[in-house]
Design a protein around this ligand. Structure first.
Ligand code: 5GP
Length: 174
């Protein structure tokens, strides 16, 4: 049951359908290759795990953790690597898997950092995009949904580490 403070923005069914569409596009684009998918912890974990099970190409996965909002809902603008990759990405087809692009600061930093490690290709797939809050120019290569400027939780996204387990993507009302 959904609590009173939560309003569903995208249902589990809508998300599932869109993730499968993204998976077929990614499978077609990377046909004959074995990309390395890098999940950005922790918010992208559910998206990554649903996405890879709908792909029909082989993949490798790895994870990075970068500093995010912490207990606040406003961006600090500071990006720090808290957990780095286990292996080199040199000459690999790399696809970053992110939950949401907001100001764009996190992914701009990550893309720049990872491109200096000389991957063969480097692209970004995000489930959600909130373009209204962009502070730097950033266009994801694959995007599930463009959403309005609301703070969302569920499907892996948290507020203060709560709500990640919700199957729907919800707006947390004040
Ligand atoms: P950016 O650097 O693009 O501002 O922020 C990206 C990160 O901010 C995301 O990976 C996510 O952790 C966090 N974030 C941005 N908007 C939201 C939101 O609406 N809900 C939640 N839970 N996290 C968000």
């Amino acid at each position: 049951m959904v609590e009173e403070r939560l309003e569903v923005m995208l249902s589990a069914e809508e998300i599932g359908k869109r993730v499968r569409e993204m998976a077929s596009k990614i499978s077609a684009d990377y046909k004959g290759r074995k990309p390395l998918l890098i999940g950005v912890l922790k918010g992208a974990v559910i998206f990554l795990s649903d996405l890879i099970r709908s792909l029909d190409i082989p993949v490798e996965i790895d994870f990075m953790a970068v500093s995010s909002y912490g207990a606040d809902t406003a961006s600090s603008g500071v990006v720090r690597i808290q957990k780095d990759l286990d292996r080199s990405i040199k000459d690999k087809d790399v696809l970053i898997i992110e939950d949401i692009v907001d100001t764009g600061l996190t992914l701009s930093y990550l893309k720049e950092n990872l491109s200096s490690r000389q991957p063969k290709t480097l692209k970004v797939a995000t489930l959600l995009d909130k373009p209204e809050r962009r502070e730097v120019v950033f266009d994801p290569d694959y995007c599930g949904f463009t959403i309005p400027d609301r703070f969302v939780i569920g499907y892996g996204l948290d507020y203060n580490e709560d709500y990640r387990q919700l199957a729907d993507l919800c707006i947390l009302k004040a």
